[in-house]
Write a protein that binds this ligand. Structure first.
Ligand SMILES: [Zn+2]
Length: 443
């Protein structure tokens, strides 16, 4: 008896041809045909398939362990333009284009010039990308897996849609640097900010324990009314710039204990001994009996109090009270080792406030340092065509953020074959060959 003949598959190479503006075909280089499902070179010819006007050569994966076989009973079939290396090549080009479009927010005209294609081709590609993003957007969450962040920065910015002011509230993780929560809204109330916080909190492995933000009252109300321990680092972007306030909220029985610390914004920048101001407040949270409606008894005859004074203590102005009325404390800091020593025996809320802030601001000055790219990014999103409503803007921002959070998703963006082939052919400029050769994508 003789053993069964075992077929040996020779590597298959095919050339990529391009067509210039005058219809002349020329060879761009050769590409190895690999299975798109498993990347295997164990590939054999499988005749031709009919495509509109011509027949196209077809291949079949012969790898017995092909990933395709886990889901299907038949071997993977494909053509040159759907093969592994070709897809990879398109992936690289599209990613570059996408980054130019969405991240660097280049103009249509600039892109046309850079990629050697017409403006209408840029616009066609952009529409395809938008559709692909919309498909991806059906995946609701901003991240694919829970992120390791424990601290977030909350920022709000605004834009105008048809003359109306719209707020975009964004939460970014300090560890992952990913946007973990977002809301587009006509208002920026405590409830709006809370929704962004809750979304971010759902996208992390552990509960968020530190929030940094500017001095917006509704963000302050949000952290205050969260009902669990949280540290809030507030970096005002109005005068005085160089000060920051940290609040730590804790709950003991029916009481909310608030530790407030006032520091210079470069407190954690260098090694050394620094002064800070602090105070602690306790609030009874058990519901107080409601006041009777109407005028209190005998108040008509009472002298009027000055109402102006109590008003001054509220809101943003009250934020700086700790600097004028707080006690003085001293701390020695080693931001290189994330170490903080507090000389006085202070309450745990004050210690917690300073420690949480050191973690995110070691060697830095306390300011808005995560959101620098957000404005240019938003501009790019809004440059996209189509009707602009609050919902559509939020949907677009979400989709784009998702791609920024997970660039690997770009591989899932399948653009209509004709458009992507055309784009690729128009884009393989001679100057790029060296790079592609080096990466072994084209030989
Ligand atoms: Zn395969």
């Amino acid at each position: 008896m003789t053993g069964r003949y075992k077929k040996v598959y020779e590597p298959i190479w095919r050339s990529i041809e391009a067509q210039n503006g005058r219809g002349v075909h020329f060879c761009l280089g050769k590409i190895q045909v690999l299975c798109p499902a498993c990347g295997s070179p164990l590939v054999g010819g499988y005749g031709t398939h009919k495509r509109k006007t011509k027949r196209v050569e077809t291949f079949q994966c012969k790898n017995p362990n092909c990933a395709h076989l886990k889901k299907f009973k038949t071997l993977k079939q494909f053509v040159l333009t759907t093969s592994y290396k070709f897809q990879e090549l398109i992936g690289i080009k599209l990613k570059e284009f996408y980054e130019d479009l969405m991240v660097k927010s280049a103009k249509q005209k600039t892109l046309a010039k850079k990629y050697g294609i017409s403006e209408s081709q840029v616009s066609a590609l952009r529409i395809k990308l938008e559709l692909a993003i919309h498909r991806i957007n059906s995946l609701d969450s901003l991240v694919l897996t829970p992120q390791p962040d424990r601290a977030i920065a909350i920022d709000e910015t605004f834009l105008k849609i048809k003359g109306m002011c719209i707020y975009i509230i964004i939460a970014t993780g300090y560890t992952s640097r990913k946007v973990l929560g977002i809301k587009v809204s006509k208002t920026r109330t405590e409830d709006d900010i809370r929704k962004v916080f809750d979304e971010a909190n759902q996208n992390t492995e552990h509960p968020i324990n530190t929030v940094s933000s500017d001095a917006l009252n509704s963000t302050q109300a949000m952290t205050k009314n969260l009902g669990r321990e949280i540290t809030h680092v507030i970096h005002p972007h109005k005068k005085p710039f160089k000060k920051a306030i940290i609040k730590n909220y804790r709950y003991e029985g029916n009481e909310r204990v608030t530790g407030i610390v006032g520091i210079e914004s470069d407190f954690f920048k260098k090694r050394g001994k620094r002064q800070f101001k602090y105070m602690e407040m306790r609030e009874d949270l058990t519901s107080k009996p409601q006041r009777k409606r109407g005028r209190p008894l005998g108040s008509k005859t009472k002298k009027k109090k000055k109402p102006a004074k109590s008003k001054q203590k509220r809101g943003r102005k009250g934020l700086y009270t700790v600097f004028s009325k707080g006690k003085i404390g001293y701390a020695s800091i080693d931001p290189y080792r994330d170490k903080l020593k507090i000389n006085k025996r202070l309450s745990s809320t004050v210690t917690a406030a300073l420690n949480a802030t050191l973690i995110i601001y070691a060697l830095m000055s306390i300011q808005n340092n995560l959101a620098e790219n957000i404005n240019s990014f938003l501009r790019a999103v809004l440059r996209l065509t189509g009707p602009k409503t609050i919902e559509s803007v939020e949907q677009r921002i979400r989709a784009t953020l998702k791609i920024r959070n997970h660039p690997e998703l770009l591989e899932d963006i399948l653009i209509e074959r004709k458009v992507r082939a055309e784009f690729l052919y128009n884009n393989l400029k001679l100057i790029e060959y060296a790079e592609l050769l080096e990466r072994g994508i084209i030989v």
